[in-house]
Design a protein around this ligand. Structure first.
Ligand code: BES
Ligand code: MN
Ligand code: ZN
Length: 513
């Protein structure tokens, strides 16, 4: 894990392997020029004020995420200066957005893999900016090498490229409460988010419902969170037909995990519900090759919920947060649920399973019905639920559906605030008819068009009467199959973690709806 500190050191005398500065594209009267961003004054001075010119000579454009390395000026203890592009210089004041800083810090941290210590001299105007740079650096420095043969060597820095180990954040105020709090928050949230990424990246032969539940149990113990694990016998006894039906084909039986973080000062209660399919083969409605290679990512919702509850506990938020992890492996076998089977769900409703690959909604339905019994002030579920949502919104934006317009907007705002791309989606009543079943109360599939909304409408049927609910379909952004960008690595991304934490914070402070 990368360590991060606020430092008052001046860049020249700093013992580090690299100094990170920001460079932007000039706008307005400076249009066409490269501009060295505030925070790097001492570095620029050491180049006799010629840093922008030097960078231009090296071909830098100031474009977002662009990285240019150059030898540090003489007299500097650090040998390397790394300039990271910030995009266009903000027109009005010199304040860059939190997300711009986060992405730039992330790109710089990634480019510094293999280096031990770097000082970040990026434009930090206030505590929130310091938090953003810290988040970006700590998220960008992530790497998953547990299964690389040279992974251990890489960690020792002998071989391969170990992630950046140490970050000193310059330009902040280490003694200022707000700065300290911002960096502490960034550390807690990013450590848990990176842990969610680890869970997503862990291959499905090592992460199954049982081992996921054990990880949750250990973390809960460490952070004073109450935890309850329902195993297959308890699920049977409780009548969780959805979770059991999805897990029926697997040699690794399903689990339902309840994590309860409580604060003595809480006035509100939030419930988070996560889809935790540790591998989605599709079941008897087997996915074809080409569609199953990345399906270890199908527990990303549960990983996000888990990370958010632990982060809320670490931050001591004054709100009660319950996390529900609906864990199962969706496999075909002689004991698997068949297309045509009818499941009796926890809520008492019956579901005709027309396609065993529409399994996420089945495990979530049971968890939503169970979570509703506590009568929380709101429920938010997170799921890699439909390919249709990816067709609609692409692979960097998650869809938000809800049974309450104001709450959907509040969730969207929270996502925007933390730099997660999200978009509101409707739940049109007329699509419900497609799920009519001649045999059961409802079928687990409906019209093909609007498949993401159909899944949302199915879930809505299992949310308790009068409970405010939102559904985040993170099928697109949960797993990055292309190259890394900004602070987002290849593979598991930790999508929705920061939105959930922000929702818990806003609920604690009474600022949510
Ligand atoms: N886990 C998938 C959705 C998914 C697809 C997530 C691609 C991430 C990337 C889900 O269980 C699924 O298979 N959904 C089906 C539903 C259909 C059978 C109604 C889908 O979207 O095709
Ligand atoms: Mn599926
Ligand atoms: Zn799935």
């Amino acid at each position: 894990m990368t360590a991060l500190t606020l430092s008052t050191a001046a860049a020249p005398g700093l013992r580090a392997d690299a100094i990170v500065v920001g460079v932007a594209k000039g706008t307005g009267s400076k249009s066409g020029d490269l501009v060295v961003a505030p925070g790097a004054e001492a570095v620029d001075k050491a180049y006799d004020g010629r840093l922008a010119g030097v960078l231009e000579t090296l071909g830098a454009s100031g474009g977002e995420g662009e990285v240019t390395k150059l030898p540090a000026p003489s007299g500097f203890k650090a040998p390397l200066v790394l300039a990271v592009g910030l995009g266009a210089l903000p027109e009005k004041d010199d304040s860059f957005s939190g997300e711009t800083l986060r992405r730039a810090a992330g790109a710089a941290a990634r480019a510094l893999a293999g280096t031990k210590k770097a000082a970040f001299a990026l434009p930090v105007a206030d505590a929130a900016d310091a938090g953003a740079v810290a988040e970006g650096a700590l998220l960008g420095a992530y790497s998953f090498d547990a299964y690389k043969e040279n992974g251990k060597d890489a960690k020792n820095g002998k071989n391969g490229k170990a992630p950046l180990a140490e970050v000193a954040l310059l330009g902040g105020k280490p003694r200022d409460k707000a700065y300290k709090a911002a960096v502490e928050r960034a550390t807690a949230v990013t450590e848990e988010l990176n842990r969610a990424r680890d869970l997503v990246n862990t291959p499905p032969n090592d992460l199954n419902p049982e081992s996921f539940a054990a990880v949750a149990q250990a973390a809960a113990k460490e952070h004073g969170i109450k935890v309850q694990v329902l195993d297959e016998k308890a699920l049977e006894k409780g009548g969780y037909g959805g979770i059991l039906g999805v897990g029926a084909g697997s040699a690794a039986p399903p689990r339902l995990v309840k994590l309860s973080y409580t604060s003595s000062k809480a006035k509100k209660h939030l419930a988070f519900v996560g889809k935790g399919i540790t591998y989605d083969s599709g079941g008897i409605s087997l996915k074809p090759a080409g569609h199953n290679e990345t399906m270890k990512c199908d527990m990303s919702g549960a990983a996000a919920v888990f990370a958010a509850v632990v982060a809320a506990a670490r931050l001591g938020l004054e709100v009660n947060v319950t996390g529900w992890l609906a864990l199962a492996e969706n496999m075909p076998s002689g004991s698997a649920t068949r297309p045509g089977d009818v499941l009796r769900m926890y809520s008492g409703k019956t579901v005709e399973v027309l396609n065993t690959d529409a399994e996420g909604r089945l495990v979530l339905a049971d968890a939503l019905a169970k979570a509703s019994e506590d009568k929380p002030d709101a429920i938010v579920d997170v799921a890699t639920l439909t390919g249709a949502m990816m067709l609609a919104l692409g692979n960097r934006t998650f869809g938000i559906m809800a049974n309450d317009d104001a709450f959907r907007s509040a969730v969207h705002e929270a996502a925007e605030e933390v730099g997660e791309a999200a978009w509101p989606m409707p739940l049109p009543d007329h699509l419900k008819k497609g799920m009519d079943s001649p045999t059961a109360d409802i079928a687990n599939m409906g019209e093909r068009y609007g498949g993401g909304l159909v899944a949302g409408l199915f879930l809505k049927e299992f949310v308790g009467e009068g409970i405010t609910w939102a559904h985040l379909d993170i099928a697109g952004p949960a797993f990055n199959e292309s190259g890394p960008f900004g602070y987002t690595p290849k593979g598991g991304t930790g999508s929705a973690v920061r939105t959930l934490v922000r929702l818990a914070e806003l609920t604690a402070s009474g600022d949510l709806g």
